[in-house]
Design a protein around this ligand. Sequence first.
Ligand code: AQP
Length: 333
Amino acid sequence: MVFSGMQPSGDLHLGNLLGALRPWVLDQDRYRNYFCVVDLHALSGPHDPRELAEKTRQVAALYIAAGIDPGVSTLLVQSHVPQHTELAWLLSCVTPVGWLERMTQFKDKSRRRGAERISSGLLTYPVLMAADILLYRANFVPVGEDQRQHLELTRSVARRFNRLYGEVLVLPRPRIGRRGGGARVMALDDPESKMSKSAQGEAGRIGLLDPPERVRAKVMRAKTDSGRAVDLESAGAGVANLLDIYRALTGCSREQLARQFQGQGYGHLKAAVAEVTVATLLPLQARYRELLGDRGELDRVLAEGDRRAQQVAAANLSEIRAAVGLLRPPATS
Ligand code: AQP
């Protein structure tokens, strides 16, 4: 069983594609999958209520455009399955605050936003994420490297819960960076930081919906180092990031990478990265436009996924509720 998701907190980018979406697609026939648009998570930071519903639809359309088949995988919207939030409460009651305060993403985002502007939802975000995963008894969670710590926390919470209430929760394992890299795509304008939806300015990220000219302009302006020619052994963060992106997009080996770029100028590498990126994104964008052209069909697909997910979620949650000792609700006719 596989569970993973993305927040509709901004426009999805190349990091989301290479770190998560593509690994989901490549492995989707091997497992039972739940791919979720985690809209409740998007509320933990600043968001525009006039845009959230449409962004949620857009992320779902991007999943399908990237190759998720809703006939094979269950595609759902987190807020449409209320069991996620109920389980989050049960888990929060066994999660020490200190564990949450140690999360790097919480520390980074709260430093960026300032203590007055962060919500307690940002602190408890990893508990909701643990609930998302544990609710479906997922064995594997394919995510980018940045989510490793949250996955460790999910395992710790599940272990603690099972110690207190019996073996009801399944400990999930992260799947990070399988198949050709891309587990941590760095920002083009600041290769020491990860490419991110919420970073200020657009120069650092390649949006999955960026038109070809914008992709080319961003890649050509990517920060490198003071050198001129590529050296695979001693590449600085910016050049290494471009090489990683090229490798992840083409699936080429390190030897092929060396043959093509070793000793070549940075301009040559950038032009090649821009072209493979454009070639990857064009068909995805065409399919995305088609899907958004028929919102009724997209909503129908999501409703079917929500329904399938709710069945599993309700059955699993009722076992978890019983384990903590809650009174079983009266059966409704
Ligand atoms: N730069 C990245 N490289 C590789 N994988 C990445 N992911 C995110 N950024 C990179 C992976 O994408 C999935 C979706 O993540 P999310 O929507 O829950 O948000 P996030 O991890 O917090 O990613 P963002 O895009 O940076 O969003 P904001 O800025 O809103 O926080 C996850 O599997 C993640 O690992």
